[in-house]
Design a protein around this ligand. Structure first.
Ligand code: SF4
Length: 371
């Protein structure tokens, strides 16, 4: 049997990275930054507290490398929430199972309305999202949605409950191009404290989900941590290590990394280790230099000015004009959101911003990216 990520990742590894990070010297950062090909220790140096003096240089290098690998392009995608049903209890999420809210799952015609709304704006890359509840949202539900959106979309993504290998093979047959699954935090202790009920409690099982996606032959996986739930440097290191493992193990599969930050929530949930704007720049540019071919995804959780700035520094894919509630575009705009959007600009504004910076908004470029 082939290896799985849980065979190569554990808390001892994170502890050793923690020790390494404490001992990074300024000359280590400079040396790492002068390399063309970075190893994992170089990456740790770039995300260390010590790296302050060289952030400007790091940003410039990241920008140059991104332009070299991806050109002046930005892929645009839209999240489409289809349900807020969930059987998990996650402390930081408004869809958590014990939250008494009106639960809503789009039916076929409501789904069509949302797809039409998005495709009229130009979106060809749509990510179907839902809470995690396989009993109320069986795979046959998603198969039907995929079939309905197929004639209208070039790229069909899924961010739903994790599946096993057989499940992903079935989703691949239904036309899925990519799957997103966040570990949320790679800190096992914090993970167990924050995920108190439901199948998501199983830390190691979730760690191995991207392996099943890779083995199924689905051509794209998105991973990430909700930065701030635990020590952000160690979580960023874990995501980078995971992405590197996946690119080495499943070389045909494209890997993207998302960098969402957890913010103080309406129910009082606060980040344990707040990620500042300058930290996010450090994270994105370090990821780019260590993993030159990985996609880096930025959502509308982030404020306008910061998003506009990050366009130039390493990001390759952005959402625009998003909502985070089921039916949020047309069907039921007032339903409860999973989290608050910060950049509310409509898609046409984002397109103008990109064009003013000399970037082409890309609605459909999967063949080029995947080859
Ligand atoms: S984060 Fe996902 S699994 Fe957890 S409560 Fe929210 S929707 Fe459910």
């Amino acid at each position: 049997m082939s290896s799985l990520f849980s065979d190569v990742f554990d808390s001892k590894l994170r502890d050793s990275w923690g020790r390494f990070l404490k001992n990074v010297r300024l000359e280590d950062v400079e040396k790492s930054l002068n390399k063309d090909v970075l190893d994992f220790e170089d990456f740790l140096s770039l995300i260390s507290v010590t790296n302050d003096a060289f952030l400007e240089k790091q940003a410039q290098k990241s920008r140059d490398l991104t332009l070299k690998r991806f050109g002046h392009t930005m892929q645009l995608y839209a999240p489409l929430y289809v349900s807020n049903e969930c059987y998990n209890a996650c402390e930081y999420c408004s869809f958590t199972k014990d939250n008494v809210i009106p639960r809503k799952t789009l039916n076929a015609s409501e789904f069509d309305r949302e797809v039409t709304f998005l495709t009229r704006q130009g979106f060809q890359n749509i990510l179907i999202l839902s809470g995690e509840d396989q009993r109320k949202l069986p795979l046959s539900y998603f198969e039907k949605l995929l079939e309905r959106m197929s004639p209208h979309c070039a790229y069909k993504g899924l961010e739903i409950y994790p599946l096993d290998l057989e499940g992903y093979i079935r989703m691949r047959a239904a036309g899925v191009d990519g799957v997103v699954v966040y570990q949320e935090t790679y800190d096992e202790k914090v993970y167990k404290e924050l995920h108190t009920a439901g199948p998501k409690r199983l830390f190691h099982k979730r760690l191995n989900v991207p392996d099943w996606i890779g083995q199924s032959g689905i051509r794209h996986v998105g991973i990430g941590a909700l930065l701030g739930l635990s020590d952000w440097r160690l979580d960023v290191a874990s995501v980078a290590y995971h992405a590197h493992y996946l690119t080495q193990t499943y070389w045909k599969m494209k890997v993207s990394i998302s960098v969402p930050r957890i913010k103080k929530g309406p129910e009082g949930f606060a980040p344990q280790d707040e990620v500042l704007d300058k930290d996010l720049v450090q994270i994105i540019t370090a990821l780019r230099l260590f993993l030159p071919d990985c996609g880096i995804v930025l959502s509308t959780r982030e404020p306008e000015n910061l998003r506009d700035h990050l366009i130039l520094l390493g990001v390759t894919q952005m959402s625009a004009g998003s909502t985070t509630n089921p039916g949020g575009y047309e069907v039921d705009p007032e339903s409860l959101k999973q989290f608050d959007i910060v950049d509310h600009r409509p898609v046409e504004n984002i397109v103008s911003v990109l064009q003013n910076k000399g970037y082409d908004p890309v609605w459909k470029d999967w063949d080029g990216e995947m080859s």
